[in-house]
Design a protein around this ligand. Structure first.
Ligand code: CP
Length: 305
């Protein structure tokens, strides 16, 4: 991979996606060793800049960088001078003045990661920007599917729920369509943005029909923190129409897998008996996330495999 930054799946060529996944596969084994460390990024400094909460992504980038022997600094906006009014640009320039090599950024503003590339000397990785993209989530979703199904093409991938506010839905849609799978979006019309009509996806409002013959179902959390006003009549009605239950799973392929980027709202988009079932690969996604982030860090920083 020749690029310096990873901002979106939309900008990636299919050969770059394949190379990243191949590299990630080679890193899977390192996390199973008694000593989980290789010297690939020794001497490099990675900064995790998180302006929004995160459990999986931040810890996964930290673990990935440490397993590659990089030095890691986790920046939390809540305990920083951002609270005193320092701007994003000044914050980043000051951190870069400490000679960083790569910045991982999560921010509520769509375009924040791209903005950093206009003035940063360091590589920039988008760890989720507003409702725009979450590229490493899509890559780890793809690695999970690849490991389970042995391929990324010719499948029916159904993405369900709050598509409107989901950067994961956008990144997954770009990735799975680029790799030759069919993507079906399902959710209330108020949570399905009109720009998806310009993408090669099918929209099916009825979840029971959407999941028919599915190979992969990606459930999404209702992002209530991003909602202003009512997007559906009641939570109870949403649950009735869009919660994935064992009954609904009967219409999928027998070996269909259930995914979720987390955090799960148990009982709302996913019943616990599905979340904890053999069909669920949710924790496998988290495991693959470390390998994918090791691959992204090492490819962008030019480290050897
Ligand atoms: N999937 C994901 O982005 O989870 P976190 O918000 O916990 O990082």
């Amino acid at each position: 991979m020749k690029r310096k930054h990873l901002i979106s799946i939309e900008e990636l060529e299919t050969h770059e996606i394949k190379e990243t996944l191949e590299t990630a596969k080679s890193f899977l084994e390192i996390s199973k060793r008694p000593i989980k460390k290789v010297p690939t990024l020794r001497g490099k400094t990675v900064v995790n800049l998180f302006f929004e909460p995160s459990t999986r992504t931040m810890s996964s980038f930290e673990i990935a960088a440490k397993r590659l022997s990089a030095d890691v600094m986790n920046f939390s906006s809540a305990s920083s001078s951002v609270r005193k009014g320092e701007t994003l640009k000044d914050t980043v320039l000051n951190l870069e003045a400490m000679n960083t090599d790569l910045l991982v950024i999560r921010h509520s503003a769509s375009g924040a990661a791209k903005f950093l590339t206009t003035f940063c000397k360091s590589s920039v990785v988008n760890a989720g920007d507003g409702t725009h993209e979450h590229p490493t989530q899509a890559l780890l979703d793809a690695l999970t599917v690849l490991e389970r199904k042995g391929r990324l093409n010719g499948m029916k991938v159904v993405i369900v729920g709050d598509i409107l506010h989901s950067r994961v839905a956008r990144s997954d849609t770009f990735l799975f369509t680029k790799m030759g799978s069919k993507v079906v979006l399902s959710g209330p019309s108020s949570l399905l943005p009109s720009y998806f009509s310009s993408l090669p996806v099918k929209v099916e409002y009825n979840l029971d029909k959407a999941v028919e013959g599915a190979d992969v179902i990606i459930m999404l959390r209702l992002q209530l923190e991003r909602m202003v006003g009512g997007f559906f009549p009641t939570l109870r009605e949403y649950r009735e129409r869009y919660r994935l239950t064992p009954w609904r799973l009967r219409a999928t392929k027998p070996d269909a897998i259930v995914m979720h980027p987390g955090p799960i709202n148990r009982g709302i988009e996913l019943s616990s008996d599905v979340a904890d079932s053999g069909r669920s690969v949710i924790l496998e996604q988290v495991e693959k996330g470390v390998a994918v982030r090791m691959a992204v860090l090492s490819l962008l920083l030019g480290g050897a495999r």
